[in-house]
Design a protein around this ligand. Structure first.
Ligand SMILES: C[S@@+](CC[C@H](N)C(=O)[O-])C[C@H]1O[C@@H](n2cnc3c(N)ncnc32)[C@H](O)[C@@H]1O
Length: 251
């Protein structure tokens, strides 16, 4: 159990906040198509580092699956930026031996995020196929996306979504009163097959905390597969980093 790891509640843990946020971003984009919105954790270069991690593993053929089509799922996709950039970089920099196709799906519980991502995809990437769906990752019952996509994705990405989920302390009645961050791993692991990878970037948790949150419930079969290194700082003898990214594998 992860009871001891808790953040204070914040408005960033509510859907209303994100709806308002993406409504504003849609307006900005409509005024200026170069403005595709906030790139979370940009100061730590997290997006590039996540993409480089994936590219390196693909180029070295180190992912433990051998399909010809690699299906990516971005959890809490926001403005879809991570998927769009990943698509561009794979086109330019994938140089592995195998001929691969890539599928890009983004989900978010904010309808405004989904509208925004679809609008950017239609305007900026009309030739490419991206799929964006409104999904509450913490919905247990009647979650058609979860039911229709069980074990479907090869690489799941999360940049800041578990962080946002952890900022809501409301108990979830469908999960016997657990809070979102403790229900998250069991929910998203249903979308993974054996050997799928879940790459999470967090600025709210240390590596140790993130590992505990994701792996403490053994029934989801997730364990650590890799990690991304960020510059670390040292203060009073303690070593730390302001951000961490850990890759988990489903066994
Ligand atoms: C900090 S933002 C990060 C957005 C995006 N991943 C990025 O890096 O730009 C957190 C995102 O998680 C989404 N989110 C929060 N809780 C969610 C849930 N239960 N289900 C789906 N999406 C959620 C929010 O709507 C928001 O888009």
């Amino acid at each position: 159990m992860t009871e001891e790891i808790r953040l204070n509640s914040s408005k960033l843990g509510t859907q209303e906040y994100w709806n308002e946020f993406y409504k504003r971003e849609i307006n900005n984009f409509q005024e200026n198509e170069e403005d595709t919105g906030e790139c979370w954790f940009d100061d730590s270069d997290a997006e590039n580092k996540m993409i480089q991690f994936i590219l390196d593993k693909l180029n070295e053929d180190e992912f433990p699956f051998t399909h010809e089509e690699i299906k990516f799922l971005d959890l809490g996709t926001g403005n879809g930026h991570l998927l769009f950039q990943l698509h561009e970089d794979l086109e330019e920099e994938y140089e592995g031996q195998r001929e691969l196709k890539f599928g890009f799906t983004g989900v978010d519980y904010s309808p405004d995020s989904v509208e925004f991502s679809r609008e950017i995809a239609a305007k900026k990437y009309p030739e490419s196929s991206f799929s964006f769906d409104q999904v509450d990752l913490l919905a247990k019952h009647n979650n058609t996306f979860l039911l229709d996509h069980k074990q479907q994705f090869d690489i799941l990405l999360d940049k800041g979504t578990l962080d946002a989920i952890a900022l809501n302390q409301d108990p979830l009645p469908d999960f016997e009163g657990k809070i979102g961050m403790d229900a998250y791993a069991d929910q998203v692991s249903q979308l993974m097959h054996s050997n799928s990878i879940l790459l999470i970037t967090s600025c709210n948790f240390t590596e140790e905390e993130l590992i505990q949150i994701i792996t403490s419930n053994k029934s989801n079969s997730l364990s650590v597969w890799g990690k991304i290194n960020y510059p670390s700082f040292q203060f009073g003898g303690a070593k730390g980093s302001t951000i961490c990214s850990i890759a988990f594998i489903k066994n």
